[in-house]
Design a protein around this ligand. Sequence first.
Ligand SMILES: *[C@@H]1O[C@H](CO)[C@@H](O)[C@H](O)[C@H]1NC(C)=O
Ligand SMILES: *[C@@H]1O[C@H](CO)[C@@H](O)[C@H](O)[C@H]1NC(C)=O
Ligand SMILES: *[C@@H]1O[C@H](CO)[C@@H](O)[C@H](O)[C@H]1NC(C)=O
Ligand SMILES: *[C@@H]1O[C@H](CO)[C@@H](O)[C@H](O)[C@H]1NC(C)=O
Ligand SMILES: *[C@@H]1O[C@H](CO)[C@@H](O)[C@H](O)[C@H]1NC(C)=O
Ligand SMILES: *[C@@H]1O[C@H](CO)[C@@H](O)[C@H](O)[C@H]1NC(C)=O
Ligand SMILES: *[C@@H]1O[C@H](CO)[C@@H](O)[C@H](O)[C@H]1NC(C)=O
Ligand SMILES: *[C@@H]1O[C@H](CO)[C@@H](O)[C@H](O)[C@H]1NC(C)=O
Ligand SMILES: *[C@@H]1O[C@H](CO)[C@@H](O)[C@H](O)[C@H]1NC(C)=O
Ligand SMILES: *[C@@H]1O[C@H](CO)[C@@H](O)[C@H](O)[C@H]1NC(C)=O
Length: 455
Amino acid sequence: MFLLLLILITCPLGSHSYFQGVELLSDVNYTQGFSVIPACFINPDACAKGPQFRLYNPFSTAPNISALWQMAQWDSHSNISTNGTFVNDGKSEGMQWSSEDKRFILFQDDRLQISVNGYHEYQGKYRTPDEPWVALLLQQSIGKSTGSVSLNQVTELQWNLDIQLLYMDQHIQPGYNPNIHAGQFLLYMAIQNLVPGDPEYGKYFWLGICLYDDRFPMSPLYINGDKGTGSLIYQPAFSNFANTSVHSENVVHVSGNMRPFVRLGLEAAVERGFLNSTDLSKYYVGGMNIGWEVTGLNNGTIEIGNFSLKQYTAQNPKSYEFNQNGDTEGWKTTFNLNENTNKPLNGKWILSLIDKDSYLLSPEIMIDTLVVKKIIIRINYNKFQLLWSRSTEELFDENDSILVEMENDGRWKEYILDLSNNSNWYGIVRRLRIEPVREENNIKFGIDYIRFSSY
Ligand SMILES: *[C@@H]1O[C@H](CO)[C@@H](O)[C@H](O)[C@H]1NC(C)=O
Ligand SMILES: *[C@@H]1O[C@H](CO)[C@@H](O)[C@H](O)[C@H]1NC(C)=O
Ligand SMILES: *[C@@H]1O[C@H](CO)[C@@H](O)[C@H](O)[C@H]1NC(C)=O
Ligand SMILES: *[C@@H]1O[C@H](CO)[C@@H](O)[C@H](O)[C@H]1NC(C)=O
Ligand SMILES: *[C@@H]1O[C@H](CO)[C@@H](O)[C@H](O)[C@H]1NC(C)=O
Ligand SMILES: *[C@@H]1O[C@H](CO)[C@@H](O)[C@H](O)[C@H]1NC(C)=O
Ligand SMILES: *[C@@H]1O[C@H](CO)[C@@H](O)[C@H](O)[C@H]1NC(C)=O
Ligand SMILES: *[C@@H]1O[C@H](CO)[C@@H](O)[C@H](O)[C@H]1NC(C)=O
Ligand SMILES: *[C@@H]1O[C@H](CO)[C@@H](O)[C@H](O)[C@H]1NC(C)=O
Ligand SMILES: *[C@@H]1O[C@H](CO)[C@@H](O)[C@H](O)[C@H]1NC(C)=O
C-alpha cells in the first residue's frame, strides 16, 4: 500500500474560495425590473413589434440600464399596468402591478408572485382547441455572450428554485375538457444551435419542466411538437426534479440537472425530424422562460424565489453542499444504515461507521486536474483517505490517493487538500471516494461539503 501524507491547511471557519459554476441567468436580483411586451390580442401585427414598456424595480439602487428580463403577455386581453402599488405580505415589501386579468408582485427579497385570472381572460367561457391561449411569462435570452458554452463541455446544467402555489381556483364548469383546459406553470430553456454558418443555425428545441399543472400532482414525461414555434418540446417527468408536488401548497425546492435530458431531448428532436444534428458541440442554452400558460378558466397564483440556472464544466465544477434534506447529490455510501438516518439533514450528512470498509462514492464527475488543484472538504473526522479515478467504473488504485490525518479533537474543520504537486493528480478525474479510517471512539462520520479550487 502506497499512501502519501500531504501538506494541508485547515481552517475551522471554512472560507477558502471555490468553483461555483457560471450563473446563466442575467440579473437574478431583478435590479433592472422588466421590459414588457404589450398584450397584442386586439391587433397582433401592429403592436407586437411596437415599443415595450418598463416595470422598474423600486427597491434597487443600481443605476438604470436596459432591462434584461422581459415579460410576455401572449394573447392576454389586457396590458399589465405600469402604475405599481406598494404591498407588504408580512415577509417583505413588494411592488404590485396588475390588470383585471393578471397580477405581478416583485418583492424586495427577490421573490416573484405571478397570477393569471383565466376566468376573467376568457370571460367565463371555455376556449375551443383552435383558439389561442393566454400566457404570462418572464423570459430572457442567454447564449454565448452570457457565458453559455457548447453543451458537450457542460457537465451539469442545474436549475434551482423555490416554488409555492398560493391560490388556485379551477372554475370547472360544464364544457370542461381536461385535454384542452388547464392551468400550467412551466419552466423552459431553448437548446439552440448557435454555430454561425451552420445549416441549422438558430434552430432549437424546448427543454422544460412542468412545475405545476392543475390536472397532475406530478407531471409525467411529455414529448410533443409545439405548434406555436414549430419546435420539439421535451419535458421530463417532474419527479426527476422534486419529491413533493406543488399541489401540496408547501414551498417546494426544485433542483434539476437538465444535462442528461439535453441528450435525450436532442435525440427525440432528430428522430422526429425537428433537427438534423445530434452533435452537442453545436448546441448552447439559447434562452429561457418561466410562468403561466392558461388554457382553462383557472385563476392561480404562484410564488417563486431563489431562482438560478448554473452551468458547470470540468474546469469550473459543481461543489457538493448537502444542503437539501434527504438529497445526497448523487453520492452513494456503503455505510449501510437505515433510510431515514442515512441522508443529509440541516446542511450536514452524518453517518455511523459500522465497519472499517465503509466509504462514500461520488457520482460520475468531470474534474480537469490542469485547472482544479485543491479539494476542500469540511468534516468532523480526523483521519481519512481520499481516492480518485480517471474511470467512471468504481475501480480505484491506491496510488491515486492521499491519506489525511489530523489531531483528533472531534471538531468540524475545513481541510484544504493541495494536489498541485501530486504526480498522480493528472487527466480528467471521473470519480472520488472518501474512506474514513476507523479508530476507537470514532464512530460518527459527518460531512458538510466537498468543494474544488484552483489555488
Ligand atoms: C430608474 O428609472 C425610474 C423611472 O424613470 C426611476 O423611477 C428610478 O428612480 C430610477 N432608478 C435609479 C436607481 O436611478
Ligand atoms: C396594449 O398596449 C398596446 C400599446 O402599447 C396596444 O397597442 C394594445 O392594443 C394593448 N393591448 C390591449 C389588449 O389592450
Ligand atoms: C396609480 O395608482 C395610484 C394608486 O392606486 C393612483 O392613486 C394613481 O392615480 C395612479 N396613477 C395613474 C397615472 O394611473
Ligand atoms: C427524491 O428522493 C429520492 C429517494 O429518496 C432521492 O434519491 C432523490 O435525490 C430525491 N430527489 C430530489 C430532487 O430531492
Ligand atoms: C434536415 O436535412 C434535410 C435534408 O438535407 C432538410 O431537407 C431538412 O430541412 C433539414 N431539417 C432541418 C430541421 O433543418
Ligand atoms: C382570482 O384570484 C384572486 C387572488 O389571486 C382573487 O382576488 C380574485 O377574486 C379571483 N377571481 C376570481 C374570478 O376567481
Ligand atoms: C430562499 O432560500 C433561503 C435560504 O435557504 C430561504 O430561507 C428562503 O425561504 C428561500 N426563499 C423562498 C422564496 O423560498
Ligand atoms: C441576489 O440574489 C441572490 C440569489 O437569489 C442572493 O443570494 C443575493 O443575496 C442577492 N444579492 C443582492 C445584492 O440582493
Ligand atoms: C503504484 O506505484 C508503485 C510505486 O511507484 C508502482 O510500482 C506501481 O506499479 C504502481 N501501481 C500501478 C497500478 O500503477
Ligand atoms: C509545489 O512545488 C513547488 C516547486 O517545487 C513549491 O514551490 C511549492 O511550495 C509546492 N507546493 C506545495 C503545496 O507543496
